[in-house]
Design a protein around this ligand. Structure first.
Ligand code: ATP
Length: 470
Protein backbone atom coordinates (compact mmCIF):
# COMPACT_ATOMS: atom_id res chain seq x y z
CA UNK A 1 0.00 0.00 0.00
CA UNK A 2 2.71 2.48 0.93
CA UNK A 3 4.47 1.64 -2.28
CA UNK A 4 1.36 2.60 -4.21
CA UNK A 5 0.86 5.74 -2.21
CA UNK A 6 4.27 6.92 -3.30
CA UNK A 7 3.07 6.73 -6.85
CA UNK A 8 1.62 10.19 -7.20
CA UNK A 9 -0.59 10.77 -10.17
CA UNK A 10 -1.49 14.25 -11.31
CA UNK A 11 -4.72 14.79 -13.18
CA UNK A 12 -5.12 17.96 -15.25
CA UNK A 13 -8.58 18.75 -16.60
CA UNK A 14 -10.73 21.85 -16.62
CA UNK A 15 -13.89 19.81 -16.15
CA UNK A 16 -14.57 19.15 -12.54
CA UNK A 17 -16.58 16.02 -13.27
CA UNK A 18 -13.70 14.42 -15.14
CA UNK A 19 -11.23 15.32 -12.39
CA UNK A 20 -13.61 13.80 -9.88
CA UNK A 21 -14.14 10.44 -11.59
CA UNK A 22 -10.50 10.01 -12.48
CA UNK A 23 -9.29 10.99 -9.01
CA UNK A 24 -11.71 8.72 -7.19
CA UNK A 25 -11.07 5.78 -9.49
CA UNK A 26 -7.33 6.09 -9.15
CA UNK A 27 -7.54 6.73 -5.41
CA UNK A 28 -9.72 3.62 -5.03
CA UNK A 29 -7.02 1.69 -6.83
CA UNK A 30 -4.57 2.88 -4.20
CA UNK A 31 -2.84 5.76 -5.89
CA UNK A 32 -2.24 9.16 -4.39
CA UNK A 33 -3.90 11.64 -6.68
CA UNK A 34 -3.66 15.36 -7.01
CA UNK A 35 -5.82 17.24 -9.47
CA UNK A 36 -5.34 20.53 -11.29
CA UNK A 37 -7.77 22.56 -13.37
CA UNK A 38 -5.16 24.10 -15.64
CA UNK A 39 -1.57 23.68 -16.68
CA UNK A 40 -0.46 26.89 -14.95
CA UNK A 41 -1.18 25.20 -11.60
CA UNK A 42 0.92 22.22 -12.61
CA UNK A 43 3.70 24.58 -13.58
CA UNK A 44 3.57 26.13 -10.13
CA UNK A 45 3.79 22.75 -8.42
CA UNK A 46 6.77 21.85 -10.59
CA UNK A 47 8.62 25.04 -9.70
CA UNK A 48 8.04 24.15 -6.05
CA UNK A 49 10.17 21.12 -6.79
CA UNK A 50 7.38 18.59 -6.71
CA UNK A 51 6.73 16.10 -9.51
CA UNK A 52 4.39 13.16 -10.13
CA UNK A 53 5.11 9.61 -11.18
CA UNK A 54 2.55 9.98 -13.92
CA UNK A 55 0.52 12.77 -15.45
CA UNK A 56 -2.92 12.55 -17.05
CA UNK A 57 -3.87 15.61 -19.03
CA UNK A 58 -6.80 16.87 -21.07
CA UNK A 59 -6.12 18.52 -24.43
CA UNK A 60 -8.54 21.41 -24.72
CA UNK A 61 -8.50 23.62 -21.70
CA UNK A 62 -8.71 27.34 -21.13
CA UNK A 63 -5.20 28.76 -21.01
CA UNK A 64 -2.49 26.59 -22.44
CA UNK A 65 -3.75 23.48 -24.23
CA UNK A 66 -2.65 20.06 -23.09
CA UNK A 67 -0.53 19.24 -26.11
CA UNK A 68 1.79 22.22 -26.03
CA UNK A 69 2.10 21.75 -22.29
CA UNK A 70 2.93 18.09 -22.91
CA UNK A 71 5.73 18.96 -25.32
CA UNK A 72 7.27 21.37 -22.80
CA UNK A 73 6.79 19.03 -19.88
CA UNK A 74 8.46 16.13 -21.68
CA UNK A 75 11.52 18.22 -22.49
CA UNK A 76 12.18 18.72 -18.79
CA UNK A 77 10.74 15.44 -17.50
CA UNK A 78 11.37 12.87 -20.20
CA UNK A 79 11.05 9.98 -17.75
CA UNK A 80 7.56 10.80 -16.44
CA UNK A 81 4.88 9.10 -18.52
CA UNK A 82 2.03 11.31 -19.70
CA UNK A 83 -1.38 10.03 -20.76
CA UNK A 84 -3.47 12.35 -22.87
CA UNK A 85 -7.22 12.33 -22.31
CA UNK A 86 -9.31 13.96 -25.00
CA UNK A 87 -12.75 14.19 -26.48
CA UNK A 88 -11.28 15.20 -29.82
CA UNK A 89 -9.84 12.07 -31.28
CA UNK A 90 -8.63 12.21 -34.81
CA UNK A 91 -5.37 10.99 -36.27
CA UNK A 92 -3.90 14.48 -36.17
CA UNK A 93 -4.36 14.83 -32.42
CA UNK A 94 -3.38 11.28 -31.49
CA UNK A 95 -0.29 11.51 -33.69
CA UNK A 96 0.56 14.90 -32.30
CA UNK A 97 0.24 13.55 -28.75
CA UNK A 98 2.50 10.59 -29.45
CA UNK A 99 4.93 12.82 -31.31
CA UNK A 100 5.20 15.06 -28.28
CA UNK A 101 6.04 12.03 -26.20
CA UNK A 102 2.68 10.89 -24.80
CA UNK A 103 2.67 7.38 -23.41
CA UNK A 104 -0.90 6.77 -24.51
CA UNK A 105 -4.09 8.44 -25.57
CA UNK A 106 -7.51 7.88 -24.00
CA UNK A 107 -10.59 9.19 -25.75
CA UNK A 108 -13.54 10.60 -23.83
CA UNK A 109 -15.96 9.30 -22.85
CA UNK A 110 -13.68 6.65 -21.50
CA UNK A 111 -14.14 3.36 -19.79
CA UNK A 112 -12.71 3.69 -16.27
CA UNK A 113 -11.32 0.15 -16.22
CA UNK A 114 -9.54 0.83 -19.47
CA UNK A 115 -8.14 4.10 -18.08
CA UNK A 116 -6.87 2.27 -15.03
CA UNK A 117 -5.23 -0.40 -17.16
CA UNK A 118 -3.43 2.23 -19.21
CA UNK A 119 -2.20 3.93 -16.03
CA UNK A 120 -0.93 0.66 -14.62
CA UNK A 121 0.80 -0.22 -17.83
CA UNK A 122 2.43 3.22 -17.98
CA UNK A 123 3.73 2.96 -14.43
CA UNK A 124 5.08 -0.50 -15.04
CA UNK A 125 6.81 0.48 -18.21
CA UNK A 126 10.42 1.42 -18.60
CA UNK A 127 10.02 2.78 -22.08
CA UNK A 128 12.46 5.31 -23.41
CA UNK A 129 10.35 8.40 -23.34
CA UNK A 130 12.56 10.72 -25.34
CA UNK A 131 10.22 12.75 -27.50
CA UNK A 132 10.96 12.56 -31.19
CA UNK A 133 11.62 15.80 -33.00
CA UNK A 134 8.40 17.75 -33.34
CA UNK A 135 7.37 18.49 -36.90
CA UNK A 136 4.29 20.26 -38.16
CA UNK A 137 2.71 18.88 -41.31
CA UNK A 138 0.22 20.38 -43.69
CA UNK A 139 -2.33 18.82 -46.01
CA UNK A 140 -3.62 16.09 -43.72
CA UNK A 141 -6.27 13.99 -45.43
CA UNK A 142 -9.46 14.20 -43.46
CA UNK A 143 -10.42 10.87 -41.96
CA UNK A 144 -13.89 10.90 -40.48
CA UNK A 145 -14.73 8.50 -37.67
CA UNK A 146 -16.36 8.96 -34.30
CA UNK A 147 -17.56 5.36 -33.98
CA UNK A 148 -15.67 3.53 -31.21
CA UNK A 149 -14.00 1.19 -33.70
CA UNK A 150 -12.61 4.14 -35.65
CA UNK A 151 -11.48 5.95 -32.51
CA UNK A 152 -9.51 2.85 -31.52
CA UNK A 153 -8.08 2.76 -35.03
CA UNK A 154 -6.99 6.41 -34.85
CA UNK A 155 -5.15 5.63 -31.65
CA UNK A 156 -3.25 2.82 -33.34
CA UNK A 157 -2.51 5.11 -36.29
CA UNK A 158 -1.24 7.91 -34.08
CA UNK A 159 1.15 5.55 -32.40
CA UNK A 160 2.18 3.73 -35.58
CA UNK A 161 2.89 7.02 -37.34
CA UNK A 162 5.83 7.66 -35.03
CA UNK A 163 7.63 4.47 -36.00
CA UNK A 164 9.09 3.27 -39.30
CA UNK A 165 7.68 -0.23 -38.85
CA UNK A 166 5.79 -1.89 -41.68
CA UNK A 167 2.03 -1.61 -41.46
CA UNK A 168 -0.50 -3.98 -42.98
CA UNK A 169 -3.95 -2.49 -43.48
CA UNK A 170 -6.76 -4.96 -44.02
CA UNK A 171 -10.40 -4.26 -44.70
CA UNK A 172 -13.10 -4.69 -47.30
CA UNK A 173 -12.98 -2.75 -50.51
CA UNK A 174 -13.79 0.94 -50.16
CA UNK A 175 -13.29 1.10 -46.38
CA UNK A 176 -10.61 3.80 -46.64
CA UNK A 177 -7.37 1.82 -46.62
CA UNK A 178 -5.58 4.18 -48.95
CA UNK A 179 -6.76 7.24 -47.08
CA UNK A 180 -5.49 5.67 -43.87
CA UNK A 181 -2.11 4.96 -45.46
CA UNK A 182 -1.90 8.61 -46.50
CA UNK A 183 -2.84 9.80 -43.02
CA UNK A 184 -0.15 7.57 -41.52
CA UNK A 185 2.43 9.08 -43.82
CA UNK A 186 1.29 12.65 -43.21
CA UNK A 187 1.51 12.24 -39.47
CA UNK A 188 4.88 10.51 -39.56
CA UNK A 189 8.34 12.06 -39.34
CA UNK A 190 8.55 11.24 -43.06
CA UNK A 191 5.71 13.60 -43.95
CA UNK A 192 7.92 15.90 -45.99
CA UNK A 193 9.30 13.05 -48.10
CA UNK A 194 7.22 11.42 -50.86
CA UNK A 195 4.24 9.13 -50.43
CA UNK A 196 4.27 6.78 -53.40
CA UNK A 197 1.33 4.47 -54.08
CA UNK A 198 1.33 1.42 -56.29
CA UNK A 199 -1.68 -0.76 -56.93
CA UNK A 200 -0.27 -4.22 -57.49
CA UNK A 201 -3.47 -5.49 -59.06
CA UNK A 202 -3.67 -2.66 -61.61
CA UNK A 203 -0.29 -3.29 -63.24
CA UNK A 204 0.39 -6.23 -65.56
CA UNK A 205 2.63 -8.80 -63.84
CA UNK A 206 5.41 -8.45 -66.42
CA UNK A 207 5.71 -4.71 -65.80
CA UNK A 208 5.48 -4.83 -62.05
CA UNK A 209 9.13 -5.56 -61.37
CA UNK A 210 10.42 -2.59 -63.36
CA UNK A 211 7.64 -0.45 -61.91
CA UNK A 212 8.86 -1.26 -58.41
CA UNK A 213 12.60 -1.30 -58.91
CA UNK A 214 13.12 0.68 -62.12
CA UNK A 215 15.25 -0.41 -65.04
CA UNK A 216 18.38 0.56 -66.92
CA UNK A 217 18.28 1.65 -70.55
CA UNK A 218 18.08 -1.39 -72.79
CA UNK A 219 17.18 -3.76 -69.97
CA UNK A 220 14.42 -5.23 -72.11
CA UNK A 221 12.61 -4.50 -75.36
CA UNK A 222 10.93 -1.16 -75.06
CA UNK A 223 13.17 0.08 -72.24
CA UNK A 224 14.86 2.86 -74.17
CA UNK A 225 15.66 5.01 -71.21
CA UNK A 226 16.69 4.41 -67.66
CA UNK A 227 13.71 4.58 -65.35
CA UNK A 228 13.55 5.10 -61.61
CA UNK A 229 11.20 2.70 -59.86
CA UNK A 230 8.71 3.39 -57.08
CA UNK A 231 11.13 2.22 -54.40
CA UNK A 232 13.65 4.87 -55.35
CA UNK A 233 10.94 7.51 -55.76
CA UNK A 234 9.79 6.79 -52.23
CA UNK A 235 13.27 7.07 -50.73
CA UNK A 236 13.05 8.71 -47.31
CA UNK A 237 9.28 8.44 -47.42
CA UNK A 238 6.54 5.84 -47.65
CA UNK A 239 5.71 3.24 -50.29
CA UNK A 240 2.09 2.15 -50.28
CA UNK A 241 1.55 -1.26 -51.88
CA UNK A 242 -2.16 -1.65 -52.47
CA UNK A 243 -3.76 -5.05 -53.18
CA UNK A 244 -0.60 -6.80 -52.03
CA UNK A 245 -2.42 -10.16 -52.21
CA UNK A 246 -2.26 -9.92 -55.99
CA UNK A 247 1.50 -9.80 -56.16
CA UNK A 248 2.93 -12.57 -58.38
CA UNK A 249 5.01 -15.23 -56.59
CA UNK A 250 8.36 -14.35 -58.16
CA UNK A 251 7.97 -10.74 -57.17
CA UNK A 252 7.00 -11.68 -53.63
CA UNK A 253 10.38 -13.36 -53.32
CA UNK A 254 12.17 -10.34 -54.72
CA UNK A 255 10.24 -7.93 -52.49
CA UNK A 256 11.05 -9.98 -49.43
CA UNK A 257 14.74 -9.86 -50.24
CA UNK A 258 14.67 -6.11 -50.79
CA UNK A 259 12.82 -5.57 -47.54
CA UNK A 260 15.32 -7.59 -45.55
CA UNK A 261 18.40 -6.16 -47.23
CA UNK A 262 17.25 -2.60 -47.90
CA UNK A 263 18.97 -2.62 -51.28
CA UNK A 264 18.34 -3.87 -54.80
CA UNK A 265 19.42 -3.72 -58.43
CA UNK A 266 17.32 -1.97 -61.05
CA UNK A 267 16.16 -4.39 -63.74
CA UNK A 268 19.20 -4.92 -65.97
CA UNK A 269 21.34 -2.89 -63.55
CA UNK A 270 24.61 -3.64 -61.79
CA UNK A 271 24.66 -0.87 -59.25
CA UNK A 272 23.29 -1.78 -55.86
CA UNK A 273 20.75 0.84 -54.79
CA UNK A 274 20.13 1.42 -51.10
CA UNK A 275 16.86 2.96 -49.98
CA UNK A 276 15.17 3.98 -46.75
CA UNK A 277 11.50 3.32 -47.34
CA UNK A 278 8.64 2.71 -44.96
CA UNK A 279 6.26 0.10 -46.33
CA UNK A 280 2.51 0.22 -45.87
CA UNK A 281 0.70 -2.65 -47.56
CA UNK A 282 -3.04 -3.08 -47.94
CA UNK A 283 -5.33 -5.89 -48.94
CA UNK A 284 -8.99 -6.81 -48.95
CA UNK A 285 -8.05 -10.48 -49.19
CA UNK A 286 -7.50 -12.79 -46.23
CA UNK A 287 -3.71 -13.15 -46.56
CA UNK A 288 -3.56 -15.96 -44.01
CA UNK A 289 -5.74 -18.04 -46.30
CA UNK A 290 -3.62 -17.18 -49.32
CA UNK A 291 -0.63 -18.39 -47.31
CA UNK A 292 -2.39 -21.69 -46.56
CA UNK A 293 -3.22 -22.08 -50.21
CA UNK A 294 0.41 -21.46 -51.13
CA UNK A 295 -0.39 -18.24 -52.97
CA UNK A 296 1.33 -15.86 -50.60
CA UNK A 297 4.69 -16.25 -48.89
CA UNK A 298 4.37 -16.68 -45.13
CA UNK A 299 7.70 -14.93 -44.52
CA UNK A 300 6.62 -11.93 -46.59
CA UNK A 301 3.36 -11.70 -44.68
CA UNK A 302 5.33 -11.80 -41.48
CA UNK A 303 7.57 -8.96 -42.61
CA UNK A 304 4.70 -6.74 -43.76
CA UNK A 305 2.45 -7.49 -40.82
CA UNK A 306 4.43 -5.79 -38.06
CA UNK A 307 1.58 -3.46 -37.15
CA UNK A 308 -1.86 -4.58 -38.27
CA UNK A 309 -4.61 -2.05 -38.87
CA UNK A 310 -8.03 -3.60 -39.38
CA UNK A 311 -10.51 -1.19 -40.94
CA UNK A 312 -14.10 -2.03 -40.03
CA UNK A 313 -16.72 -2.17 -42.80
CA UNK A 314 -19.14 0.76 -42.94
CA UNK A 315 -22.03 -1.40 -41.75
CA UNK A 316 -20.22 -1.81 -38.41
CA UNK A 317 -19.90 1.94 -37.90
CA UNK A 318 -23.16 3.31 -39.17
CA UNK A 319 -23.13 6.05 -36.55
CA UNK A 320 -20.51 7.75 -38.74
CA UNK A 321 -22.76 7.67 -41.77
CA UNK A 322 -24.43 11.10 -41.41
CA UNK A 323 -21.11 12.90 -40.98
CA UNK A 324 -19.51 11.02 -43.86
CA UNK A 325 -22.49 11.69 -46.12
CA UNK A 326 -22.48 15.36 -45.21
CA UNK A 327 -18.78 15.71 -45.96
CA UNK A 328 -19.21 14.01 -49.33
CA UNK A 329 -22.24 16.14 -50.25
CA UNK A 330 -20.20 19.25 -49.45
CA UNK A 331 -17.26 18.05 -51.55
CA UNK A 332 -19.49 17.08 -54.49
CA UNK A 333 -21.28 20.43 -54.42
CA UNK A 334 -17.98 22.30 -54.33
CA UNK A 335 -16.62 20.31 -57.28
CA UNK A 336 -19.77 20.66 -59.35
CA UNK A 337 -20.22 24.29 -58.41
CA UNK A 338 -23.76 23.77 -57.13
CA UNK A 339 -25.46 24.31 -53.79
CA UNK A 340 -24.90 21.63 -51.21
CA UNK A 341 -27.68 19.08 -50.88
CA UNK A 342 -28.88 17.56 -47.66
CA UNK A 343 -30.47 14.20 -46.86
CA UNK A 344 -33.74 14.54 -45.00
CA UNK A 345 -34.53 12.28 -42.06
CA UNK A 346 -36.30 9.66 -44.11
CA UNK A 347 -33.42 9.49 -46.56
CA UNK A 348 -30.89 9.14 -43.75
CA UNK A 349 -32.94 6.35 -42.25
CA UNK A 350 -32.89 4.55 -45.57
CA UNK A 351 -29.12 4.96 -45.78
CA UNK A 352 -28.75 3.63 -42.25
CA UNK A 353 -30.82 0.57 -43.09
CA UNK A 354 -28.63 -0.38 -46.03
CA UNK A 355 -25.69 -2.78 -45.77
CA UNK A 356 -23.06 -0.94 -47.87
CA UNK A 357 -21.12 -3.80 -49.45
CA UNK A 358 -19.02 -1.17 -51.27
CA UNK A 359 -18.45 0.66 -47.97
CA UNK A 360 -17.43 4.32 -47.83
CA UNK A 361 -16.69 4.48 -51.55
CA UNK A 362 -20.24 3.35 -52.32
CA UNK A 363 -21.61 6.07 -50.06
CA UNK A 364 -19.37 8.62 -51.72
CA UNK A 365 -20.59 7.54 -55.16
CA UNK A 366 -24.18 7.78 -54.04
CA UNK A 367 -23.55 11.34 -52.88
CA UNK A 368 -22.17 12.19 -56.32
CA UNK A 369 -25.23 10.80 -58.01
CA UNK A 370 -27.77 12.53 -55.82
CA UNK A 371 -25.91 15.81 -56.15
CA UNK A 372 -26.07 15.46 -59.91
CA UNK A 373 -29.70 14.33 -59.94
CA UNK A 374 -31.68 15.97 -57.21
CA UNK A 375 -33.54 19.09 -58.22
CA UNK A 376 -34.14 20.34 -54.70
CA UNK A 377 -31.61 20.84 -51.93
CA UNK A 378 -33.42 18.40 -49.68
CA UNK A 379 -32.95 14.79 -50.69
CA UNK A 380 -35.76 12.47 -49.74
CA UNK A 381 -36.25 8.71 -49.70
CA UNK A 382 -37.49 8.80 -53.25
CA UNK A 383 -34.28 10.26 -54.66
CA UNK A 384 -32.18 7.89 -52.57
CA UNK A 385 -34.12 4.90 -53.88
CA UNK A 386 -33.74 6.15 -57.41
CA UNK A 387 -29.96 5.99 -57.25
CA UNK A 388 -29.28 3.46 -54.55
CA UNK A 389 -29.55 0.14 -56.28
CA UNK A 390 -27.83 1.00 -59.48
CA UNK A 391 -24.97 -1.29 -60.40
CA UNK A 392 -22.97 1.14 -62.51
CA UNK A 393 -20.18 2.53 -60.40
CA UNK A 394 -19.77 6.26 -60.71
CA UNK A 395 -16.45 7.03 -62.31
CA UNK A 396 -15.47 10.22 -60.62
CA UNK A 397 -15.87 13.22 -62.91
CA UNK A 398 -19.04 15.21 -62.43
CA UNK A 399 -20.34 14.95 -65.96
CA UNK A 400 -19.69 11.22 -66.20
CA UNK A 401 -21.55 10.68 -62.96
CA UNK A 402 -24.40 12.83 -64.17
CA UNK A 403 -24.49 10.89 -67.43
CA UNK A 404 -24.42 7.54 -65.63
CA UNK A 405 -27.29 8.70 -63.53
CA UNK A 406 -29.26 9.94 -66.51
CA UNK A 407 -28.66 6.63 -68.30
CA UNK A 408 -29.84 4.63 -65.35
CA UNK A 409 -33.02 6.67 -65.04
CA UNK A 410 -33.64 6.60 -68.78
CA UNK A 411 -33.23 2.83 -68.98
CA UNK A 412 -35.37 2.15 -65.97
CA UNK A 413 -38.13 4.41 -67.20
CA UNK A 414 -38.02 2.89 -70.69
CA UNK A 415 -37.18 6.15 -72.47
CA UNK A 416 -37.17 5.57 -76.22
CA UNK A 417 -33.75 5.34 -77.93
CA UNK A 418 -31.70 6.62 -75.00
CA UNK A 419 -28.50 6.00 -76.91
CA UNK A 420 -29.49 8.20 -79.83
CA UNK A 421 -30.79 10.86 -77.46
CA UNK A 422 -27.58 10.91 -75.44
CA UNK A 423 -25.38 11.08 -78.54
CA UNK A 424 -27.42 13.90 -79.98
CA UNK A 425 -27.09 15.79 -76.71
CA UNK A 426 -23.35 15.15 -76.58
CA UNK A 427 -22.86 16.40 -80.14
CA UNK A 428 -25.00 19.39 -79.47
CA UNK A 429 -23.17 20.46 -76.34
CA UNK A 430 -19.70 19.95 -77.82
CA UNK A 431 -20.53 21.83 -80.99
CA UNK A 432 -22.30 24.70 -79.29
CA UNK A 433 -19.38 25.18 -76.93
CA UNK A 434 -16.85 25.05 -79.77
CA UNK A 435 -18.84 27.54 -81.82
CA UNK A 436 -19.20 29.82 -78.87
CA UNK A 437 -15.46 29.72 -78.23
CA UNK A 438 -14.56 30.45 -81.87
CA UNK A 439 -17.17 33.16 -82.36
CA UNK A 440 -19.19 30.97 -84.73
CA UNK A 441 -16.28 30.04 -87.00
CA UNK A 442 -17.22 26.56 -88.23
CA UNK A 443 -13.80 25.66 -89.66
CA UNK A 444 -12.02 26.48 -86.45
CA UNK A 445 -14.72 24.88 -84.31
CA UNK A 446 -14.44 21.68 -86.37
CA UNK A 447 -10.67 21.73 -86.04
CA UNK A 448 -10.77 22.18 -82.29
CA UNK A 449 -13.22 19.35 -81.97
CA UNK A 450 -11.10 17.09 -84.14
CA UNK A 451 -13.90 16.82 -86.72
CA UNK A 452 -13.93 17.50 -90.43
CA UNK A 453 -15.76 20.71 -91.41
CA UNK A 454 -18.27 18.72 -93.44
CA UNK A 455 -18.99 16.41 -90.57
CA UNK A 456 -19.63 19.41 -88.34
CA UNK A 457 -21.98 20.96 -90.87
CA UNK A 458 -23.82 17.67 -91.31
CA UNK A 459 -24.15 17.19 -87.58
CA UNK A 460 -25.32 20.75 -87.10
CA UNK A 461 -27.90 20.15 -89.79
CA UNK A 462 -29.18 16.99 -88.22
CA UNK A 463 -29.51 18.74 -84.89
CA UNK A 464 -31.60 21.59 -86.18
CA UNK A 465 -35.31 21.42 -85.58
CA UNK A 466 -37.11 19.61 -88.44
CA UNK A 467 -38.52 22.79 -89.97
CA UNK A 468 -35.09 24.25 -90.71
CA UNK A 469 -33.26 21.02 -91.52
CA UNK A 470 -32.45 19.87 -95.03
N1 ATP B 1 -13.15 7.63 -42.79
C1 ATP B 1 -13.24 8.29 -43.95
N2 ATP B 1 -13.44 9.62 -43.94
C2 ATP B 1 -13.55 10.31 -45.09
N3 ATP B 1 -13.47 9.75 -46.31
C3 ATP B 1 -13.27 8.44 -46.41
C4 ATP B 1 -13.14 7.64 -45.22
N4 ATP B 1 -12.93 6.37 -45.60
C5 ATP B 1 -12.93 6.35 -46.94
N5 ATP B 1 -13.12 7.59 -47.44
C6 ATP B 1 -13.20 7.93 -48.89
O1 ATP B 1 -13.82 6.83 -49.53
C7 ATP B 1 -13.18 6.52 -50.76
C8 ATP B 1 -12.63 5.10 -50.72
O2 ATP B 1 -11.54 5.04 -49.83
P1 ATP B 1 -10.17 4.31 -50.20
O3 ATP B 1 -9.85 4.43 -51.65
O4 ATP B 1 -9.16 4.75 -49.23
O5 ATP B 1 -10.62 2.80 -49.91
P2 ATP B 1 -9.79 1.45 -50.02
O6 ATP B 1 -10.13 0.65 -48.82
O7 ATP B 1 -8.35 1.77 -50.29
O8 ATP B 1 -10.46 0.79 -51.29
P3 ATP B 1 -9.90 -0.44 -52.18
O9 ATP B 1 -9.80 -1.63 -51.30
O10 ATP B 1 -10.98 -0.60 -53.20
O11 ATP B 1 -8.59 0.02 -52.74
C9 ATP B 1 -12.09 7.55 -50.94
O12 ATP B 1 -12.57 8.59 -51.75
C10 ATP B 1 -11.83 8.04 -49.54
O13 ATP B 1 -11.37 9.37 -49.54
Amino acid sequence: MTEMADQDIWVVDDEQAVRFVLSTTLADAGYKVESFSQTAEVERALTEGRSPRLLLTDVRMPGEDGLSFLARFKTAHADIPVIVVSAFTDVKSTASAFRSGAYDFISKPFDLDEALRVVERALGSTRDETPPEAQETVDVPQLIGKAPAMQALFRTLGRAAQTAMSVLITGETGTGKELIARALHHESPRARAPFIALNTAAIPAELLESELFGHEAGAFTGAQQKRIGRFEQANGGTLFLDEIGDMPAALQTRLLRVLSEGEFFRVGGRELIGVDVRIIAATHQPLERLVQEGRFRADLLHRLDVIRVVVPPLRERKSDLPELADAFLAACAATMGVRKKQFDRGALKRLQAYDWPGNVRELENLCWRVTALAASDQIGVHEVDAVMHRQTPATGSAWENALALWASEALREGLSSPHAQARAKLDDILMQEALRLTGGNRSEAAQRLGLGRNTLTRKLGSLRPPSSSD
